[in-house]
Design a protein around this ligand. Structure first.
Ligand code: ZN
Length: 341
């Protein structure tokens, strides 16, 4: 038997670190933070244990908690005090994100990224204002006959809203903006709006390949953003497609996106890996609420070791090719990683 090759030689304790191919550091992680203008106190999010919606008054304290763990970046999501069909509170100067941003950026050193979308701000919960579409097969109405008008998100009207949102976020201090609505042309529109307003230095992290995924379920509890009818499959991507993801990422690269995000992460590691191979941009992955909730649920039953599976999940996302990871595990995992590397 030829046993010249014994890979086990490099698995002994003191050599493992030397040959380790992937490492995870707190500075790779971004912690999502939910700011809620409808509450005066912190509200636990039942389907995402350990996470809360915090009032604007608590937003600085919440971000400081994140920073204490070694994580340096947060992604802000807002729940406005009121909603309407157009989502106008998304770009209000005294909107929930704008108020929280001014406080967080003046009082902390956090790198603050804002989610840029309308679904938390529209009363129908879709990612932009609606329009009627004739003979649509992919519209919002679940099962209308082919010739009935159905509703869909008005792409180009949404772009106009995104211009207003990103400039208001940048004025309030956003370090980076992250459009998540999967509208065609959103990156180009946002780049032009930022540059025109003097914010050439603000990068765009595009949710470039965002799938219409059932793994977002718990987030909808958190951000109160479930569509009141229909689904988002006419603007988010079909989970069956990977070549289309490359096309989406390429379009965003041409339009000037700085960071390319794939969402969700664990069920789409092949997409993360492909984006990593084909593009030079930093790749972000969103380890979404369902990925977090299912590990918590299994751990609650005693079926999994939560700390170990959380770490292994994030390591696998990094190994697949992500440079940065948005994750609800950010604080818990960062606290267990060796600091100051
Ligand atoms: Zn949205």
């Amino acid at each position: 038997m030829d046993l010249t090759h014994r890979p086990r030689r490099l698995r002994r304790d003191r050599v493992r670190g030397l040959v380790s191919e992937t490492s995870l550091e707190p500075t790779d992680l971004i912690a999502p933070v939910f700011v809620d203008a409808t509450t005066d106190e912190r509200v636990p999010i039942e389907s995402m244990p350990g996470h809360e919606r915090v009032p604007i008054d608590e937003s600085v304290a919440r971000v400081e908690e994140v920073l204490e763990t070694g994580v340096e970046a947060v992604m802000l999501f807002g729940i406005p005090e009121s909603k309407d069909p157009e989502g106008t509170r998304a770009w209000a100067e005294d909107g929930v994100i704008q108020e929280a941003l001014r406080r967080i950026t003046s009082e902390t050193d956090a790198y603050v990224i804002t989610d840029v979308c309308l679904c938390e701000y529209t009363d129908h919960g879709h990612c932009g204002p609606l329009e009627e579409e004739l003979r649509s097969e992919g519209g919002v109405a679940e099962d209308g006959p082919g010739c009935e008008p159905t509703l869909t998100v008005d792409n180009d009207a949404t772009l106009e809203a995104l211009e207003k949102i990103v400039t208001s976020h940048a004025r309030a201090g956003a370090d980076m903006v992250a459009p998540s609505g999967m509208m065609d042309g959103m990156v180009e529109t946002i780049r032009e709006a930022l540059d025109g307003a003097g914010f050439e230095h603000v990068p765009i992290m595009s949710y470039a390949a965002k799938y219409e995924s059932a793994f977002y379920g718990p987030f909808r509890d958190a951000a109160d953003g479930a569509p009141s009818f229909g689904n988002r499959r006419h603007y988010q991507m079909d989970p069956a497609n990977s070549r289309e993801a490359m096309r989406e990422v390429r379009l965003d690269a041409e339009q000037g996106a700085d960071v390319m995000m794939v969402k969700p992460a664990l069920p789409y590691l092949d997409i993360i890996s492909a984006v990593r191979r084909e593009f030079d941009h930093p790749v972000a992955a969103y380890n979404v609420s369902g990925e977090y909730a299912m590990l918590h649920a299994a751990a609650e039953k005693g079926w999994l070791d939560l700390e170990e599976v959380a770490l292994e999940s994030l390591l696998s996302i990094k190994r697949a090719g992500a440079d940065l990871i948005l994750t609800y595990f950010a604080e818990d995992v960062a606290q267990r990683l060796p600091a100051g590397q």
